[in-house]
Design a protein around this ligand. Structure first.
Ligand SMILES: *Cc1c(COP(=O)(O)O)cnc(C)c1O
Length: 403
């Protein structure tokens, strides 16, 4: 179906929650897809989901094999792929136990429940406050919206659950002032993704760790966007030697199928007991088989390639017209632009020319498939370079030629 017709029916039948770009994606293979206007290179991976690209053959085979064997079974019973995935995740991260849900928000819901129960078990019913950071993003459910430290998300849907306090990201003094005798956990993203690809500093993360250790406050790292190889390590926290008590994963973990995982460490591995939490679909064997294939692909050589390609992207884009700075790590990158250049306009122009990019706040954001071939990187960079050049030229012309 062509774009115009699909847009019309979408407007008629789909809840109007998304501001979509003028693009129908029809098929994809690797880092390329075919859209309504032709072939595109994809630097977005469906927002960090297609870690191995579209329809990676090994991943497809693993999923198909599992579909032929067992498509779904309830969590009332044991299924081997779920256990195998949990074991692989624990071995990879040093965490002890896993709860599976179906999305990032669900992974964070589990983390919040686990932290509150830990606080209650050890220090009593009032010990339930969670400190999160300003400009964070933790999901769209009511509790994870409350955890999200951005006022824009706290409209229209109240009342929100109590027990969340927000500390200024990067400000240790403010963080200390938001901690009380009732704080059970601090929840952070090592690099704030939706907040604009804003990394926390090593010093701040070290201070967070220290405060958590001193006061038996749980450290929860939301690695839903940064995790599963995205930054060049399996977890971004590894760069900072973080020893989180709870880690949440989603996006790239499933390789394209919906999954969320809440990983629990030494302190929290036995906090949730029978009946404390559950999910009908969570840990579905087909989804877990896909995720296992993602983990299998992600050896040290693979991660080194993510880091190498990320460094190359930074080097090339830093030299482009209109670019004032680049944040992020590995292949999670945010590109700041000169005043007058609008990220959304550039992303729209790139889509017309065959490159899919994302925005994050006022930046262009890149989350390419982690195994993107070098040739696709060059094709995409050439599009971005040309668009930036044109938009920069148009901008200086509109300023009467002044720079
Ligand atoms: C995407 C994201 C979420 C929410 O994940 P959903 O699967 O959309 O529920 C939570 N936290 C972070 C850091 C994210 O990037």
């Amino acid at each position: 179906m062509e774009l115009t017709a699909l847009k019309e029916q979408d407007a008629q039948y789909i809840a109007g929650t998304y501001g979509r770009m003028d693009l129908v994606i029809e098929e994809g293979q690797g880092a390329q897809c075919r859209g309504s206007g032709g072939e595109l290179v994809d630097f977005s991976s469906g927002i960090g989901v297609n870690a191995l690209g579209y329809s990676n053959p090994d991943w497809v085979q693993a999923v198909k094999n599992q579909l032929d064997t067992l498509s779904h079974a309830s969590n009332l019973y044991y299924t081997a792929p779920q256990t195998a995935l949990a074991k692989a995740l624990c071995r990879r991260t040093g965490m002890k136990k896993v709860f599976f849900g179906n999305s990032g928000a669900e992974a964070n819901e589990c983390a919040i429940k686990c932290a509150r129960k830990y606080g209650m078990d050890h220090y009593g019913a009032d010990h339930n406050e969670i400190v999160t950071l300003t400009n964070s993003f933790h999901g769209r459910t009511i509790a994870t919206l409350a955890a999200t430290g951005q006022d824009a998300f706290h409209k229209n849907f109240g009342p929100f659950p109590a027990g969340f306090r927000y500390a200024a990201a990067g400000d240790v003094g403010d963080l200390r002032s938001k901690i009380s005798d009732n704080t059970c956990a601090i929840l952070v993203e090592c690099i704030q993704g939706e907040g604009g690809v804003v990394p926390l500093t090593a010093e701040f993360l070290a201070a967070v760790s220290q405060i958590c250790r001193e006061r038996d406050i749980l450290l929860i790292t939301d690695e839903i966007q940064t995790g599963v190889g995205r930054t060049g390590r399996f977890l971004c926290g590894e760069y900072f030697d973080l020893k989180p008590d709870i880690v949440t994963l989603a996006k790239g973990l499933g390789g394209g199928l919906p999954i969320g995982a809440c990983l629990m460490g030494e302190k929290t591995s036995d906090t949730l007991g029978k009946g404390d939490h559950g999910s009908t679909f969570g840990g579905n064997p087909v989804v877990c088989a896909g995720a296992l294939e993602v983990l299998r692909a992600m050896d040290d050589a693979f991660l080194a390639e993510v880091a190498r390609k990320g460094a190359h992207l930074v080097e090339r884009m830093s030299a482009m017209e209109g670019v004032t700075g680049i944040t992020g790590r590995g292949m999670m990158l945010g590109v700041s632009l000169c005043e007058g250049l609008v990220a959304a306009d550039i992303v729209a122009a790139c889509i017309q020319r065959g490159l899919i990019l994302l925005t994050a706040k006022e930046k262009i954001r890149l989350l390419p498939p982690l195994n993107i071939p070098d040739s696709d990187i060059e094709t995409g960079l050439a599009v971005l370079e040309a668009v930036l050049k044109e938009k920069s030229a148009a901008l200086s012309a509109s300023h009467g030629g002044k720079q």
